[in-house]
Design a protein around this ligand. Structure first.
Ligand code: KIV
Ligand code: ZN
Length: 516
């Protein structure tokens, strides 16, 4: 029987499936910041990580479980005792906690990945859910590769999971293979063939390999699914997951055809999107639905004319409804500390007195260099400030001399490394290379540069440059970010930010290996 209630539970997996995107790894502090934004925006369930995967994952779930009060905090676990017990330990401090346990159910996965018979998998379903229920009443069970599972077998697994105590049954389209009508039929058939289905909520988890993740999720909702798993900006394995902003705004905008509700404060969407993009270094494509830079831009004369006559001619939702406000001139160089503090609160930052003090000093510097200071500038500046607390290596001074083939670019760099200032001169194939070579000379390391990316925070030639640098060392990747009106300074600071993050990782895995 299809549910009567029309509330859709939003289950965000940015911190788990999203973090599984190659290169999107986040540190504890970054995960905590994202979790806090997700909680504030009204996410029902935050999947905070996969505790057995690493010490870092365990810690992230555990710390998030301690601070998040309004969302359920969930951890992922395979169908093994070790995974489930580790997950239970990680989520223990949460006000509301969930264990999400999964096992593959498709013929292909059972034969090649698990090397288990269907009967053995069925046994594991019962065993894993029963064990998880010893730790929390809120247990989600997932049929990995559910959309490619034989229906009769899927019904038996779902029935067994519910009988063992699962309260949410998740049907993933793990490889993004389904099409909407087929996926809706699958959900309908589960309602029609699983006798105890009324004792659980059906959830869906769609990947975007064919660009159908959102369409499949919405089709499933139409067929009775009441939880949607999604990520900010559609981050996730391979082509990603269903994008939360698209699901939520489709439901809000098309109430005529999709009469379902969520508890998401949609006005927080842009802030969440920006934060996830800055932290991961995954820029949002300009034409991305809802959060792309062009999603509310009108370039052609005909469209602009229509917009001036009536915004509804070309806009099906207002920019304000997703938290996009006209870029405003917010503060100038004569603005005082009080106005600055008010602005920070307005933008959703809750900083301690010392951090406000430091950010204010940087704002004054910026206002001296840059004619107009916009909301985006303040956000970039504060994000930058937060990222640099506790850094062991700091940039003290940088000079760059650009050049041609006969006169290669030169850099002079001074770094503060553990309280000691060191300087050197270097050259390179271009100014960025010259600056990065100087960093390597002052702080020798084996980390490889995987990504160097620059984008302008606002328009104009005096715009701040926001730079992301991704470094890889022994299979671990970190993203460093920085913003500055000088692109070269931002580049070196982003590189140093990534190095500092690698040092923290090294300290955790081998406390003695602290030198370069
Ligand atoms: O894609 C998938 O099947 C998953 C499961 C663990 C839910 O991420
Ligand atoms: Zn997934």
């Amino acid at each position: 029987m299809r549910p009567k209630n029309n509330k859709i539970v939003i289950f965000d997996t940015t911190l788990r499936d999203g973090e599984q995107s190659p290169g999107a790894s986040m540190n504890l502090d970054e995960k905590m910041r994202i979790a806090s934004v997700l909680e504030d925006m009204g996410v029902d369930v935050i999947e905070a990580g996969f505790p057995i995967a690493s010490v870092g994952d365990f810690e992230a779930v555990h710390e998030i479980a301690k601070v998040v009060k309004n969302s359920t905090v969930c951890g992922l676990a395979r169908a093994t005792q070790g995974d489930i017990e580790r997950c239970a330990e990680a989520i223990k401090p949460a006000v509301r906690s969930r264990i999400h346990t999964f096992i593959s159910t498709s013929p292909l996965h059972m034969e090649y990945k698990l090397q288990m018979t269907p009967e053995k998998v069925l046994e594991k379903v019962t065993e894993s859910v029963t064990l998880a229920r010893n730790f929390t009443d809120d247990v989600e069970w997932s049929a990995e590769d559910g959309s490619r599972t034989e229906h009769e077998f899927l019904y038996r697994c779902v029935e067994a999971a519910i009988k063992a105590g699962a309260t949410t049954i998740n049907i993933p389209d793990t490889v993004g293979y389904a099409v909407p009508s087929e996926f809706a039929d699958l959900i309908t058939s589960i309602f029609n063939n699983v006798p105890n289905i009324d004792q659980a909520i059906i959830s869906v988890h769609c990947h975007n390999d064919l660009g159908l993740a959102v369409a499949n999720s919405l089709a499933a909702v139409g067929a009775g699914a009441r939880q949607v798993e999604c990520t900010i900006n559609g981050l996730g394995e391979r082509a990603g997951n269903a994008a939360m902003e698209e699901i939520v705004m489709a439901l809000r905008t098309r109430q005529d055809l999709l009469p379902y509700s969520t508890d998401i404060k949609t006005e927080a969407i842009i802030k969440a999107s920006r934060l996830v993009s800055t932290i991961t270094g995954f820029t949002v494509q300009p034409n991305k639905a809802i959060v792309g830079k062009n999603a509310f831009a009108h370039e052609s004369g005909i469209h602009q004319d229509g917009m001036l006559k009536h915004a509804g001619t070309y806009e099906i939702m207002t920019p304000e409804s997703v938290g996009l406000t006209e870029s405003k001139l917010v503060l100038g160089k004569h603005s005082g500390r009080h106005a600055f503090k008010e602005k920070l609160i307005d933008l959703g930052y809750d900083l301690g007195d010392n951090a406000v003090q430091d950010a204010f000093a940087r704002f004054k510097d910026l206002a001296d260099k840059k004619k107009d200071v916009f909301d985006e500038d303040i956000m970039a500046l504060v994000d930058d400030e937060i990222m640099r607390t506790n850094d062991r290596i700091k940039v003290v001074a940088l000079e760059i001399l650009c050049g041609t083939v006969h006169n290669p670019p030169k850099s002079t760099l001074t770094l503060d490394i553990d309280g000691e200032e060191k300087s050197c001169k270097s050259t390179g194939d271009g100014p960025v290379d010259a600056a990065f070579n100087a960093v390597k000379e002052l702080f020798p390391h084996e980390a490889r540069l995987q990504l160097y990316q620059v984008h302008a925070v606002t328009g104009g030639t005096d715009a701040q440059a926001e730079v992301t640098v991704r470094l890889e060392e022994n299979g671990r990747t970190v993203n460093g970010q920085a913003a500055d009106t000088d692109t070269m300074v931002a580049s070196v600071k982003a590189y140093i930010n990534a190095l500092n993050k690698l040092l923290v990782k090294r300290e955790k895995s081998a406390p003695s290996a602290l030198s370069a």
